[in-house]
Every structure is written in structure tokens, then in C-alpha cells.
Design a protein around this ligand. Structure first.
Ligand code: GLY
Length: 357
């Protein structure tokens, strides 16, 4: 596959979309046009991905059209800080790749404070007896979801920025708990685990966005691959790399028979065929961080399979089609994080070294 040609097509498309959607925070596209979560739900967990995508393209191309769109979205996101009970474990998704990247690039005070504030919100969710960062709000004080592994890099960053190891300790204790409670012996993962808040013992597991209890939600699997890989990158502890590889081997085995495109759930009935391109895109980004040729080859296979699901037309807004929110939710649609991770994987393969997470 010709990575430079794909990167160029992404740039041609997104530079136009960046202009059209400069005043939006898109989540999906309807009839080829971005929606705007800034109007409907400013605390929505994906609201960092549009500015993140814009920063990714800025770093990869140096074009100001992307920086302008990223900065506008970052400012709009400030309104989310006013909705305390609308925010939860996903503040890493929301700010680490928006204001967090802005700060790491340009050292602006406002971007720094936004990102540190998000890190404090995340750290405050830590349960020291159970040794986990709780997911969501309301009465689920023992629930932890695998996606959380992608949010804790915000804490690794905050530990360095504050020169305060507490943030790192919280992230590492959480990662250790998730490794114990979510990663199954065969390399598959639970999506949601209910833990005893008093001691972190597993009470119950849930299928979450997958098919059902004991099933295998493919995007959760992808979050595990990339999330554990990131803990390894930030902390250098081999156990996290081993966990990422275990999750990766399982993902690769499950997608070998389906042309590298992940089914929404690897343990759902064969029919109907329901896929999630976003899971494959996230997995590709994780695989590229595992440092072995076989994983890089698998990532390339995934990307060349995903290329067929891309809309490179510069006149329309969505990039990667056929993502799915959940097995029992909306399916086969464009998702902003599918666009983000597809672009991130190509960005990495173009040789860009600046790590977004
Ligand atoms: N819960 C985040 C996701 O849909 O992957």
C-alpha cells in the first residue's frame, strides 16, 4: 500500500473539511455533512477527537487551516468544564489530544491549565482501596471499563508536568488493576467489570458495548492493545507490553478470517455480519507501537483493508465509514474517532514521531 498517497488523500480531504467544520465539534456525519456536538452535548466523550485530528494533521503537514480548527474546538470545549456531572473517566479522550497537544506544541498557559484541570478531574476519581479509577458517574462506584486505559496517559503527562508522582502512581495502580480484572487468559478482554469498591475484588462482568456477558467487544480489544502499549511507552514496564501483545495476538487471530476488518464482537453470532472499522483503526495504532515486525505487518494489512472503507472525496466530511457505536447500538456509520485513528496510523507510518497520547 502506498502510505504517502493515502496521506495526501487524507490531507486533501481534511483540509477542506477543516474549513467547512471549523466552527463545529463533529461526532459523525449525516449525508456527508458533519454534525456538531458543541450544539447538542459539549460533554460528549468524543469531543477531543476533532481537535485531536486537526492537531494531527497540523503536525503532519504544518498547514494553519488545521491549527485554526483545533484552537476553535479547544475553546468551545471550555463549556464542558462547567458541567461537572457531565464529565467522567473520558476526560483524557477529551483534553489530552486537544489542549494537551496544543500545550505540548506551543506552551500556552490556557492550554496547560485546561489539561491539568482535566488531569485533576481524572485523578480525583481514583479509589485507593480498590486501586482503580472509577468509570462513569451515578451509583456505579465500582465499575471500570477497558476504554479507561486510553485515558490514563493524561496522568502520566500530569505527573511530569507537575513534577508530582501521585498522578503516575494512580495511573499505574489503575493499569495493574485493569490487567488483573479485564484481560482474560486467552487475551480477550471484558468491557465492563464491576469491582468491590472496598478491596477491588471482581463482583461481576458485563458485555457493555459488545454482544453480551463473556463476549468480546472488538473496540474494547483495540483499546486494550493501544492502552497497555501506551502504559509501556510511558512507564517502560514490560508487563504492560506483554499485556498489549497478548491482547494484540488475540485481535489478530480474530480478524484473520474476516479480512482484517473487526466484527463488532468477536463472539457474537456469525450472522448478521456486523463490523466496526473504528476497532481496526485503533488496533492498527496500537500494533504500530509494539516494536515487532509481525505487528507492524498486521497493522499494514489492517490499514490496506480499511482503505476500502474510506471516503476520500474532498467534498464530503466523513473519512472512515462503517464504524459502529455498539453491538446493540447504532451501527455502520462514520465515527470521528474512526477518522482520528485511521489518520493517526497513517501519520505514524509517514514517520511522524510526536506521540499524541
Ligand atoms: N465507550 C467508548 C467507546 O465507545 O469506545
Amino acid at each position: 500500500m502506498n502510505i504517502s498517497a493515502i496521506w495526501q488523500k487524507i490531507d486533501e480531504k481534511l483540509s477542506r473539511a477543516a474549513l467547512r467544520s471549523a466552527d463545529k465539534i463533529p461526532y459523525t456525519a449525516i449525508d456527508g455533512v458533519h454534525d456538531d456536538k458543541a450544539l447538542t452535548d459539549i460533554t460528549w466523550w468524543t469531543n477531543g477527537f476533532w481537535p485531536g485530528l486537526m492537531w494531527l494533521m497540523y503536525v503532519g503537514t504544518g498547514r494553519d487551516v488545521y491549527r485554526t480548527a483545533a484552537e476553535k474546538a479547544e475553546e468551545k470545549l471550555d463549556a464542558a468544564f462547567e458541567s461537572y456531572d457531565g464529565l467522567h473517566h473520558d476526560v483524557g479522550f477529551m483534553w489530552h489530544i486537544s489542549s494537551g497537544v496544543d500545550y505540548r506544541l506551543f506552551k500556552g498557559r490556557k492550554s496547560r491549565l485546561r489539561t491539568l484541570y482535566a488531569a485533576d478531574l481524572l485523578a480525583a476519581r481514583f479509589n485507593p482501596m480498590g486501586r482503580f479509577i472509577r468509570s462513569w458517574n451515578d451509583d456505579h462506584d465500582g465499575w471500570v471499563i477497558i476504554d479507561s486505559m486510553m485515558n490514563i496517559p493524561l496522568l502520566y503527562w500530569a505527573a511530569k508536568e507537575h513534577r508530582d508522582k501521585r498522578y503516575e502512581y494512580i495511573a499505574r495502580l489503575h493499569a495493574d488493576t485493569v490487567m488483573r480484572t479485564h484481560l482474560r487468559p486467552d487475551g480477550s478482554v471484558n468491557h465492563i467489570v464491576s469491582l468491590d469498591p472496598a478491596d477491588g475484588r471482581v463482583i461481576e462482568t458485563f458485555g457493555g458495548q459488545g454482544y453480551g456477558v463473556g463476549s468480546s467487544w472488538s473496540r474494547g480489544q483495540a483499546w486494550a492493545i493501544y492502552g497497555f502499549a501506551l502504559s509501556y511507552i510511558h512507564m517502560g514496564e514490560k508487563k504492560y507490553l506483554d499485556a498489549a501483545k497478548k491482547a494484540a495476538d488475540y485481535f489478530i487471530a480474530c480478524t484473520e478470517k474476516t479480512g482484517r476488518i473487526a466484527r463488532i464482537d468477536f463472539r457474537a453470532p456469525e450472522e448478521p455480519v456486523l463490523i466496526d472499522t473504528s476497532a481496526s483503526a485503533i488496533a492498527a495504532c496500537g500494533l504500530l507501537e509494539l516494536g515487532e515486525e509481525k505487528y507492524r505487518a498486521a497493522a499494514l494489512d489492517i490499514l490496506s483493508a480499511l482503505e476500502k472503507y474510506c471516503d476520500f472525496n474532498p467534498e464530503t466530511d466523513p473519512l472512515l465509514l462503517m464504524g459502529s457505536e455498539a453491538y446493540h447500538g447504532r451501527r455502520h456509520m462514520n465515527l470521528i474517532y474512526g477518522d482520528y485513528f485511521f489518520a493517526e496510523a497513517v501519520y505514524k507510518l509517514m514517520g511522524n514521531k510526536f506521540l499524541f497520547w
